[in-house]
Design a protein around this ligand. Structure first.
Ligand SMILES: Nc1ncnc2c1ncn2[C@@H]1O[C@H](COP(=O)(O)OP(=O)(O)OP(=O)(O)O)[C@@H](O)[C@H]1O
Ligand SMILES: [Mg+2]
Length: 464
């Protein structure tokens, strides 16, 4: 919903109400009354006509008579529940239909009003429900993130996105596995944003952060008075999802108790709030993320096998950044633009990443993956002084070659490893200095304390 710019988001003028009744005087009476609150009110003489209006424009609250020629109010309620789950439905009842109205309350109606009307009661209801609706819309607008582009140059990452595109539209549970900082949460958001329920909530639970003591109240909700401090009825996270997505982050950290409770909710799609005897239906799609291999944990007996199979109906494995080096230049450029617009005003001249700095970024072993690359670019942007980001600004102590010679499959001798490390240092050092002098060898030699001939020998040896 787009709020009018000249009114507060909490203004009831942003609320759309539809009154459905085959009696003209009832329609007009309710219209006049509810309009006094400033809401926009439309009127329909039949349920069929109401459905036409509902498919044309957004409506927040529907007042409908129960007994009408043609489609009844009860049938209209059913149709609204199926097609526009967020609309609040209020029934208009005569004496003969109170029992039916009570039944409708169990089927999703929010309230009923009896004829003759109590004007104060109606106004109080519209006001209360209206502010609740506006607050919910506003929080949805705030939490709805601007869509973030996902950079995928490497074939492995493109395959990940293809899989995401295929599974996103259905309600299939997805398990996202990947090392720390590879983009698991980003992919989870992408799945939600490409789903049919993208306008419904995306709610995240961090399984490390949620201790068992808070589990029931946070996830299942509670009734007023269920425990000390339960001052009002509160719905739990599964119910708040309301057809949207629940994102279980750090799933490998779930305690055995949590695992058992979650499995039950996934199987039965019902929760029982604390202090309540009856169960309530819940509807959500589950996406879980883990930086550990869950099947390994299942083998070790640390994760329930039955829950694992429920979560990983489709598994998305995100490669490490080192496994998709081809993505690094595009990611680095993207993070640079992003950091410039985040930290500086529009007139700030954005620096470039020098070729040797880019080479260093591409050769580095990124244990912290994409997040570490983003932090490195941010830091480099802050400490550079000219119009270029140079290798020295990256602060990467590149021990890759040493590590490779020690850990690689092919063991290299001490002398050979040392030679490779020295050459790597020389290449970066010389490229860096030449970039600063725009290729002027004499000036570069002077700056690094070498003779021109010595610098030229190094350049020749390195074929630069
Ligand atoms: N392919 C990508 N394109 C653009 N940005 C990305 C990409 N992958 C990750 N990012 C960015 O990198 C950062 C880390 O990503 P995210 O938080 O999703 O990782 P994570 O796997 O959930 O990390 P952790 O394991 O630490 O929770 C975020 O700022 C995210 O927007
Ligand atoms: Mg994460």
């Amino acid at each position: 919903m787009v709020f009018k710019s000249n009114s507060s988001p909490y203004d009831l003028a942003n609320l759309n109400v539809l009154v459905v009744d085959d009696q003209e005087d009832v329609r007009r009476g309710l219209n006049r009354l509810i309009s006094t609150l400033g809401c926009k009110v439309s009127m329909s003489h039949s349920a069929e006509d109401a459905l036409k209006i509902l498919s044309r424009k957004p409506v927040d609250i529907v007042f409908t008579d129960l007994k009408m020629d043609g489609m009844s109010g009860e049938e209209l309620l059913k149709e609204i529940n199926q097609r526009w789950a967020n609309i609040v439905v209020v029934l208009i009842t005569g004496h003969g239909t109170i029992e039916l109205a009570v039944k409708c309350l169990r089927n999703g109606a929010s309230h009923f009003i009896t004829k003759p009307f109590d004007n104060k009661e109606i106004l109080k209801f519209v006001e209360r429900a209206g502010y609740g609706i506006l607050a919910e819309k506003l929080s949805l607008q705030r939490t709805k993130k601007k869509s973030i582009p996902i950079i995928a140059v490497d074939r492995k990452m493109k395959e990940v996105l293809e899989l995401v595109e295929r599974v996103a539209p259905q309600k299939i549970p997805v398990l996202i596995e990947g090392a720390s900082g590879t983009g698991k949460e980003l992919i989870a958001h992408e799945i939600h944003n490409r789903s049919r329920v993208k306008d419904k909530p995306f709610l995240a639970i961090n399984c490390i952060a949620l201790p068992d003591t808070l589990l029931d109240s946070e996830l299942f909700g509670y009734r007023k008075g269920a425990f000390t401090g339960a001052i009002k009825d509160t719905i739990g996270l599964f119910e708040q999802a309301n057809g949207g997505t629940v994102f279980l982050d750090e799933a490998s950290s779930m305690s055995p108790l949590f695992q058992g409770k979650l499995l039950r909710v996934l199987q039965e799609k019902k929760v029982r709030p604390l202090g309540q005897n009856t169960e309530r239906k819940v509807d959500f799609r589950i996406i879980a993320a883990s930086n550990k291999n869950l099947s390994e944990l299942v083998k070790k007996g640390e994760f329930r096998e039955d829950l694992y199979y429920r979560l990983q109906v489709v598994k998305v494995s995100i490669p490490t950044l080192t496994q998709r080096r081809a993505c690094i230049p595009a990611l680095a450029e993207y993070f640079l633009k992003k950091a410039v617009s985040e930290f500086f005003y529009d007139d700030y001249p954005s620096p470039n990443i020098s070729p040797s700095a880019m080479e260093e970024l591409q050769n580095h072993t990124w244990s912290g993956n994409v997040r570490e690359l983003e932090n490195t670019i941010q830091r480099a942007l802050i400490i550079q002084k000219g119009d270029k980001i140079l290798p020295s600004h990256l602060g990467l102590t590149d021990n890759n070659l040493i590590a490779e010679s020690l850990l690689g499959e092919e063991f290299t001798s001490y002398e050979e490893s040392k030679q490779r490390v020295i050459e790597n240092f020389q290449r970066q050092y010389v490229q860096n200095i030449l970039e600063q002098t725009n290729g002027n060898i004499s000036k570069a030699a002077e700056m690094c304390g070498l003779t021109r001939a010595a610098l030229q020998r190094i350049l020749k040896k390195l074929s630069l």
